[in-house]
Design a protein around this ligand. Structure first.
Ligand code: XIL
Length: 389
């Protein structure tokens, strides 16, 4: 039986609305979908390709505008790493942080060197400010990060401590910081970047002085301090299947089997358009999800060689799409966080020479094609996120 004309007409209208989300948004910080830009369908002739992708529930609601609103409907928190100086000084930044995101991560304010720059001297104010902001805007906070080889204060790295002393110092650090923020952190990146690209453990101070057991000890200890927080292992270049992600997978499988409290894996997702994004992001997310852990995208950005041009921006949108579409297909992928809001404050130019433009808003708060395609994908996912794993 042929579908009734009215049904087809309804689908065409729905798809026109969905299509309109992909356009007309690139030139403003608070884009309004423009219905007029959607192509009119020829009466009586269903647009076959479009009609095929339409399903009940995959209907873009033009009243949903922000990433946050669209993510809420799709059951996915959309997050951003927050620069506390920008939050204090830049009203546009603050506005976007509050309206476009439902999750925030302090970009630096909860790292050890920020929290305890000198032994016993604590600096909680910036992180507390972010917690206040998140509460006022009904956002969750991802804590980042407790055990890492980088941004550790020199009193720790250069203290010449014995193994026993260092173990106690690390425990005290986890205890004091987690207690301070207890009740306010939904997901904690407990251990960050512990592996090399070949899957061996990074030769950090922690490995050298405490041995490989420092990882599970950190999770066990963290759980004893804040049993409600979801505890994550977080790393980069583990988005696809490769020796490093295999090592993380094997670690988490073992820890789960041994009853060590680890409830999530964070895929940082620092991409660069000059390298192909991994073809097997979905399969990788699925195998982690099958371990029973949440999979969060924790630090997404897609950098490029400057200057920007339209082809590069399109490639960037494609990389973000690959990441987000995989996440949307995995039930346990519940948080998709960008490592910043505007290129103006992005870490990329400072670290990767000649590169930048990695985020959704440029230096002048103009949105990029990636912003539109992310909104379109979220709109298409609608409230009907498939649950294939
Ligand atoms: C970066 C911040 O964005 C910079 O401001 C800081 O100078 C260095 O650290 N992986 C991580 C993040 O887990 O904490 C890093 O953040 C980026 C790479």
């Amino acid at each position: 039986m042929q579908p009734q004309k009215s049904v087809i007409a309804g689908l065409v209208v729905a798809l026109a609305a969905a299509t309109s989300l992909t356009v007309g948004a690139s030139a403003s910080a608070t884009p309004t979908p423009e219905r007029s830009s959607a192509k009119a369908a020829t009466p009586g002739v269903p647009a076959p390709n479009r009609a095929k992708v339409a399903r009940p529930g995959v209907r873009a609601d033009p009243t949903l505008k922000t990433l946050r609103q669209l993510g809420d409907r799709a059951g996915l928190r959309i997050g951003a790493a927050i620069n506390l100086d920008a939050l204090a000084d830049d009203a546009t930044y603050r506005y976007l942080a509050a309206t476009e995101f439902s999750s925030v991560t302090p970009e630096n304010a909860m790292k050890w060197d920020a929290i305890e720059p000198r032994q016993g001297e604590y600096n909680y104010a910036p992180a507390e400010e972010l917690i206040r902001f998140a509460k006022a805007n009904r956002q969750i906070v991802r804590g980042h990060t407790l055990v890492w080889h980088s941004q550790v204060p020199t009193w720790v790295t250069e203290g010449n401590f014995t193994s026993a002393e260092l173990r106690e110092i690390l425990r005290r650090h986890i205890r004091t910081e987690m207690s301070q923020f207890r009740g306010n952190i939904t997901e904690w990146d407990v251990v960050n970047e512990a592996f090399n690209e070949d899957g061996t453990l990074r030769d950090s101070l922690w490995l050298q002085k405490l041995g490989p057991g420092y990882i599970e000890d950190a999770f066990r200890y963290a759980h004893s301090i804040d049993p409600k927080a979801k505890l994550f292992y977080n790393d980069y270049n583990i988005e696809g299947v490769n020796p490093k992600s295999n090592a993380v997978y094997n670690l988490l499988r073992r820890l789960r089997a041994e009853g060590v409290p680890v409830q999530g894996v964070g895929l940082q997702s620092h991409f660069d358009i000059q390298y192909n994004y991994p073809p097997d992001i979905l399969a990788n997310m699925q195998r982690f999800a099958a371990l029973g852990v949440n999979v969060s995208v924790t630090e997404a950005d897609v950098r490029m060689d400057l200057p920007v041009d339209p082809t590069k921006l399109q490639a960037q949108a494609g990389a973000y799409d690959a990441l987000l579409s995989s996440c949307l297909l995995v039930k346990r992928c519940k948080n998709f966080t960008f490592w910043g809001i505007s290129d103006q404050y992005s870490w990329i130019p400072g670290v990767f020479e000649g590169q930048g433009a990695a985020l959704l808003w440029d230096d002048d708060y103009q949105t990029k094609p990636a912003y539109d395609s992310i909104r379109r994908l979220l709109a298409v996912a609608g409230s009907n996120r498939p649950k294939i794993s």
